[in-house]
Design a protein around this ligand. Sequence first.
Ligand code: C2O
Ligand code: CU
Length: 490
Amino acid sequence: AAGALVAVAFAGCGLGGPAPVSTVGEVDFDTPLAIPPLADSTVDAAGTRVFALDARAGITEFAPGVTSDTWGFNGSYLGPTLVADRGERVRVDVTNSLDEPTTVHWHGMHLPAEMDGGPHQMVEPDATWSPEWDIDQQAATLWYHPHPHGETEAHVTRGLAGMFLVHDPEERALGLPSQYGVDDVPVIVQDTGFSADGRREAPARGYAGGLGDELLVNGTRGPYLEAHDELLRLRLLNASTARTYGFTWSDDRPIELIATDGGLLEASVELDRVVLSPGERAEVLVRLTPGERVVLRSEMSAEAAGMVGPVAAMNGNTDAFDVLEVRATDELEAAAPVPERLATITPYDAGEVATTRTFRLDDSFEINGEAMDMGRIDETVTVDTLERWLVENDTEVPHSFHVHDVQFRVASIDGAPPPPELVGWKDTIHAEPQREYELLMRFEDYADPDTPYMYHCHLLWHEDQGMMGQFAVVEPGQSATMTGGTDHEH
Ligand code: C2O
Ligand code: CU
C-alpha cells in the first residue's frame, strides 16, 4: 500500500500535483489581513447565549475583480468568531443553506456527543440544528468546521471553518492582549492553489491530500497586519486540510508560545519554531518595536510538511512560506507585563489509568486495521476514568491524531518526556512517522451509550478515506448501543 501511495503522489509531479513551493521573499504583502467578524449573540430568557451560523455558498474575490466560488458561514468564506465564557450555556442555531447535507463540529470543545457535530449529526439542506451545552473548560482557542463522513475535506476546502474562543476569569486576570482583531488576532492559515488568472482552485492531491502552493490567512492572500501595540497575541490555527507548518519569524526571534490546543501553558516557552499539523492551534506573543516589520514564516522539511520522497526531492526537501507580515506603527501602545505564571496544569497520575488502548495508524488509511464504519463502535470508555491511549504511527509519513470531547496530555513520545511545547492541553497531535505517543485523558460528565464521538487523522482526505474510529462514553457497567439507524454489518 505504501508503494501505491508514493506512486500516486509521484504521478502528481508532472500532472499538476504539488509543484515546487517556496514563497519566501516572493509574497507582496499588499492586502490588510481580514479579521473574521465577531459572531453576534443574544442571551435568551433562560440565560443561554444564542448564536446563529448559516452555511451557504457565495462568491469571494481573492484577487480584485476575480471571483471564486466558495462557501462560508454567514458570509462567502470562513465564518465569524464565536466567543463565550466558561460557565455560560450556549446554543448555536446552525442553518444549512447549501444544497447538500453538512455538519458543524466544535473542535476541542467538551460537550455531549449529540451536540458534537460529527458525522451522526447531519444537517439537511434548509434544516436548522440547534445544539446547546455548558461551556466548561479553560480559556482556549477552539474552532469549528464541517464533519460529514467522506466530505469533510471538500467542505473545509470550500471555506467552511471558523474560530470559537473560550475565556475564563483566570485568563482574563492575566492582562494578556485581549482586544479582538487589534492586539489579539486570529490567524487562520490555509494553503490553496490559484489559476493563472487568480481564481482559487483546490490543489491536486498527493498522499497527504491537497497541498497548495500559496497561503491564505483568514482568507486573505498576501496579508499584512498593522500593529498599534507593542505586544501582540496571535492565535494560530492550522485549518489546512493536509499541510503541516513550522512557524518561525523572519529575523529568527524566538516564537513565544503561551497556549496550545486546550489552553494556556503554565509559563511561556521560547521556541525556534512551533509545528502545527492540521487542526492544531497555538497562541504566541510577539513583541514589537516602533516601525519595524517582521514576517511570520513557515519552514519545514518537505516530508514533515506532508510530501513523499520524490515530491519532497523536487522541492529540495524544504517547504517554506511567507505567511503574514506584521507592520508596527511608529507609535505603539505600551503593554502590561506578562505574568510569569499563566496557568496551573496538574499532572495526571499514571497509576490511576483504568484502561490502556492502542491506535495503530497504517498505510491503508486505517486505524487498528479497520476503516471507519458509522455503524460500529470501536471503543467503549467509562466516563470519568483515566485512559491511556497509545497512538502508533506505523507508516513512513506523518499523520495527525485528534480526539473529540477531550483535552489530553502527552505523557511520553517513544518513551521520553514530551518537549515543552507539548506539555499542556492538546486535542490534536502531529504523529510523526514510526513514533509512539502516549496520551492520558479523562472523558468527563457526559455518558451516552447511543451516540459516539470520533477519533481520527486530521489530514482530512485521510479522515474521509476512513482513518477514523468511534468511541462511546458510558456509565460504569453500561455497554454501548447504536440506535443511530446507520447500516450495521456486524
Ligand atoms: Cu477538527 Cu473530528 O475534527
Ligand atoms: Cu493521516
